[in-house]
Design a protein around this ligand. Structure first.
Ligand code: BGC
Length: 680
C-alpha cells in the first residue's frame, strides 16, 4: 500500500479521507441519510476522488456506484461502503439494549454473525457498530442502541459483537468515542463533563472490549471532552485511543461532527476545523469536505501536516485491503446467504431478551379466554429504531400471531368493548413507546408511562380480570403508578423481526423468560441518573439521621434494579463458598454457588457475581458486576456454578490513572448471598 500511496496526488490523498452518501455519484438514487444534508461543496471531479460511501440500499446500487466510480478513477482504488447495521439489515435482531437483557454473549455474537452476512450481501464492508457508549440516563434516546449501564456487560457484549462481525469478514467501527452516553440531562448532542478517572474506570470499557476484539475503526462522538470536541480532541484520539487502548485502525468523525466544532466555537472556520482534525488524529471526515478543500494549502505550508495526511491515507488503504476490495470490488455479488439462519439467530436471541418483571399468573393456558388490547396488538412497526431495511414479512402483528397459534377465535376479543372484555378471563395489554420514540435525536424529558395508559389500566382493573402488560420500549420507563394495576409484566426493548412470535411464545409458556434488566428502572424520574454501581457516600441513608443521602418525597431505591428479571421456574441459590478466605494475587479464590431449579419447568438463569472492595484509596462502588454465567436447569436439577476470580476483577484506576490492586477485604455477592475474603 505504501507504493500506491506514493503515486497519489495530494488531492487524491485527501479524497481518500472523505466520506459522502451514494447519491452524490448517481443523482437519482434514493436519498437516505440520518442527519441534515449539507452542501458538500464538491465539484464533479471532487466527488469522484472521495474514498468512502455512507450507506447503500442493496448490492445492485453498490455495484452501480462502484463501477461508475472505478471507470473514472485514475488508480482504480475502490470505494469502501459503510453503514449503520445496528441490529441487522434484512432480518432484524433485538436492539442492542434488548440483546444486553439476554446476558448471553454467545447469542449476541451469533446475532452479529448473521447480521454480518446480510450486510455484506447488501454491499456493505463496514458497519458503524457496536455503539459502546455506557448509558445511565434513560432520558437519552440512544440508550436503546447501547448495552446499558454496566461497564463489564458493555465490555463483554461490545467484544462479542465485534467477534461476530469479524468471523464473517464484515469490518466494524465502534462508536462514539468517547463518553457520548453521558450527554447532560439525557439530551442528544449535549455537553459531556467527566473526570479522566471516570472515563478510564467506567466509560472506556465498552470501546476497550470492541478494540480488543479487533474493531477496525473508531467513530468520534458529537460531545466535548474536557471542553474540546471529541472529533478534534488530541488527548482522546492520540493519548487515550492510540497509546492507552493501542488502537491501530482508522478513525472517522460522526456525521458532520468536524464542521460542528465551528458551532462548539472551538474552530473558527472549516479550514481551522480541518487542521485541528488532522492534527488531533481524525482520519476520515464524514459528510463534509473540509479536508479536501483546506488541507492542500495547509500541507504545503507545514510538512508535519503532510506527514499526518500520509499516515491517515495509508491506514485507509490498508482498511480497503482488509475489506478485500482490491481483490474484488464487487464481492457482495457472489455471497450466498441463508435467510433461515438469520431468523433462527434472531429468534434465539429475542427469546432470551424479554424480561419478566412481575408475575402472578403467567404463562397462560391456551384455553383461557383472552382480550388482547393496546396499540401493539395490531402494530406492524415493531422492529425498533435503526431497523434499516427490515422485512415486513417477518413482522406479523401480535394479534395475528396469537390468534393463529394460541387462541380460539370465538372466545377472544381485540377491541375495547367492555361487555365483551367482561366475558373473558384475562386481559393482555400490549402497549408502550413507539419505535420512533427512542433512538438518535429522540431524547425525552418525561419517561413516565403515559397517563393515558395508567387511566386505561385503572379502568380495566375495575373488571377484576387479571391483566398482563407487555411493554414495548426503547428505554427504562417509570412504571410506579401503573404497577399496582398490573398482575403480570413483560418488558422488552424492541425485539426485531421475531417480536410477535417471542411475545406470544412467552405469554403462553413456550418460551420461559430469562432476561434481566441491563438498566435500572427508576421509581421517579427525579432520581435520574440512577444506576446500581454508585459510589458510597459520606452520609449513607439512615432512618434516624435526617442529614443523609435522601429525597424528602421519594425513596432512594429504584423500582426495578439492574439485573432484575424473573422466570417461570423458581431458582434458589445456596452454599456460596470461597476456596480460600485469605488470598494473594497468585492464589485468588474460586467462588462456588449451588443453583437449584425448584420448579417443574426447565429454565435458564444468569448468575451475577458482584464484588465490593471494602476499603480503597479512591472511593469504590457499593458493588460491581465482575463475572456472570447463564445456565439452563431442568426441573429440580441443581448445578454448582464456579467462578475463578482474576486480578482484573479486583483492580481499579487510582488518581494517577494507574491500574492497581490494593490489599484488604472484598465482599462477593451472588443473589442474596455474600462472603468475604482478605487479599494480603
Ligand atoms: C450517528 C451515528 C451514525 C452516523 C451515520 C450519526 O448521526 O450519530 O451513530 O453512525 O450518523 O449514519
Amino acid at each position: 500500500m505504501k507504493d500506491l500511496l506514493k503515486k497519489l496526488t495530494i488531492e487524491e490523498k485527501l479524497g481518500q479521507l472523505t466520506m459522502i452518501p451514494p447519491f452524490f455519484y448517481i443523482k437519482d438514487l434514493k436519498k437516505e441519510v440520518f442527519g441534515a444534508l449539507t452542501d458538500m461543496k464538491l465539484s464533479e471531479e471532487g466527488v469522484f476522488q472521495t474514498g468512502s460511501v455512507l450507506g447503500i440500499q442493496n448490492h445492485d446500487e453498490m455495484n452501480l456506484v462502484q463501477s461508475k466510480y472505478l471507470e473514472k478513477s485514475r488508480h482504480k482504488i475502490p470505494l469502501i461502503f459503510m453503514g449503520d447495521v445496528i441490529h441487522g439489515t434484512t432480518t432484524i435482531m433485538p436492539t442492542p439494549l434488548a440483546q444486553a437483557s439476554s446476558f448471553n454473549p454467545s447469542l449476541v455474537r451469533k446475532g452479529a454473525q448473521a447480521s454480518a452476512k446480510e450486510a455484506l450481501k447488501k454491499g456493505l464492508q463496514v458497519t458503524f457498530s457496536p455503539m459502546s457508549d455506557l448509558s445511565r440516563d434513560p432520558r437519552w434516546g440512544r440508550v436503546v442502541e447501547s448495552y446499558g449501564e454496566d461497564p463489564y456487560l458493555n465490555y463483554i457484549l461490545s467484544k462479542e459483537t465485534v467477534k461476530g462481525y469479524k468471523s464473517e469478514g464484515l469490518l466494524s467501527c465502534v462508536k462514539h468515542f468517547a463518553a457520548y452516553g453521558l450527554s447532560e440531562a439525557g439530551q442528544d448532542y449535549n455537553t459531556v463533563d467527566l473526570s479522566r478517572l471516570n472515563l478510564f474506570e467506567y466509560y472506556l470499557e465498552g470501546y476497550r472490549g470492541a478494540i480488543e476484539a479487533g474493531a477496525d475503526m473508531v467513530m468520534t462522538s458529537f460531545n466535548t471532552f474536557e471542553y474540546v470536541p471529541a472529533t478534534t480532541n488530541e488527548y482522546l484520539l492520540r493519548d487515550v485511543l492510540r497509546k492507552h487502548l493501542k488502537f491501530k485502525g482508522v478513525t472517522i468523525s460522526d456525521y458532520d461532527s468536524l464542521l460542528q466544532t465551528i458551532y462548539h466555537r472551538t474552530s473558527s472556520c472549516d479550514c481551522d476545523a480541518a487542521i485541528k482534525g488532522i492534527k488531533a488524529g481524525l482520519d476520515i471526515e464524514m459528510a463534509s469536505s473540509s479536508y479536501m478543500r483546506c488541507l492542500k494549502e495547509a500541507a504545503n505550508k507545514d510538512p508535519e501536516i503532510l506527514k499526518l495526511i500520509d499516515e491517515a491515507v495509508l491506514r485507509v488503504l490498508e482498511l480497503k485491503k482488509k475489506a478485500k476490495l482490491f481483490d474484488d470490488p464487487y464481492r457482495s455479488e457472489h455471497l450466498l446467504i441463508d435467510a433461515s439462519h438469520a431468523k433462527e439467530a434472531a429468534y434465539k436471541l429475542a427469546k432470551e431478551s424479554i424480561v419478566l418483571l412481575k408475575n402472578e399468573s403467567l404463562p397462560l393456558n391456551k384455553k383461557t379466554k383472552v382480550s388482547l388490547l393496546g396499540k401493539y396488538a395490531t402494530e406492524k412497526h415493531v422492529l425498533g429504531p435503526w431497523s434499516w431495511h427490515g422485512d415486513p414479512k417477518d413482522t406479523d402483528e401480535l394479534a395475528k400471531h396469537i390468534k393463529a397459534e394460541y387462541m380460539n377465535d370465538s372466545e377472544s376479543f381485540f377491541d375495547y368493548d367492555l361487555a365483551k372484555i367482561k366475558q373473558t378471563e384475562h386481559i393482555i395489554l400490549a402497549i408502550g413507546e413507539l419505535y420512533h420514540e427512542s433512538g438518535e435525536a429522540h431524547s425525552k424529558a418525561d419517561i413516565n408511562l403515559s397517563s393515558h395508559y395508567i387511566e386505561l389500566l385503572e379502568n380495566l382493573s375495575k373488571l377484576n380480570i387479571p391483566i398482563t402488560v407487555v411493554l414495548y420500549t426503547g428505554r427504562p420507563q417509570v412504571l410506579t403508578n401503573a404497577l399496582p394495576y398490573i398482575n403480570n409484566l413483560l418488558v422488552h426493548f424492541h425485539l426485531g423481526s421475531m417480536t410477535s412470535k417471542v411475545v406470544s411464545d412467552t405469554i403462553y409458556g413456550i418460551n420461559n423468560p430469562s432476561g434481566r434488566l441491563p438498566m435500572t428502572f427508576p421509581r421517579h424520574q427525579g432520581q435520574i441518573p440512577i444506576y446500581y454501581n454508585r459510589l458510597s457516600t459520606g452520609r449513607p441513608y439512615s432512618e434516624t439521621n435526617p442529614y443523609v443521602l435522601k429525597y424528602l418525597d421519594v425513596s432512594n431505591e429504584p423500582l426495578f434494579d439492574f439485573g432484575y428479571g424473573l422466570s417461570y421456574s423458581k431458582f434458589t441459590y445456596k452454599n456460596l463458598e470461597l476456596s480460600n478466605s485469605v488470598a494473594t494475587l497468585n492464589n485468588l479464590p474460586t467462588v462456588k454457588v449451588t443453583v437449584t431449579n425448584e420448579s417443574d419447568v426447565t429454565g435458564k438463569t444468569t448468575i451475577l457475581l458482584y464484588i465490593k472492595d471494602e476499603f480503597a484509596s479512591v472511593a469504590r462502588p457499593v458493588k460491581e458486576l465482575k463475572q456472570f454465567k447463564k445456565i439452563s436447569l431442568k426441573p429440580h436439577e441443581s448445578k454448582v456454578v464456579e467462578f475463578k476470580l482474576t486480578k482484573k476483577d479486583l483492580s481499579f484506576y487510582n488518581q494517577k490513572l494507574k491500574k492497581i490492586v490494593e490489599p484488604g477485604e472484598f465482599t462477593i455477592f451472588i443473589e442474596n448471598l455474600e462472603q468475604k475474603f482478605t487479599l494480603k
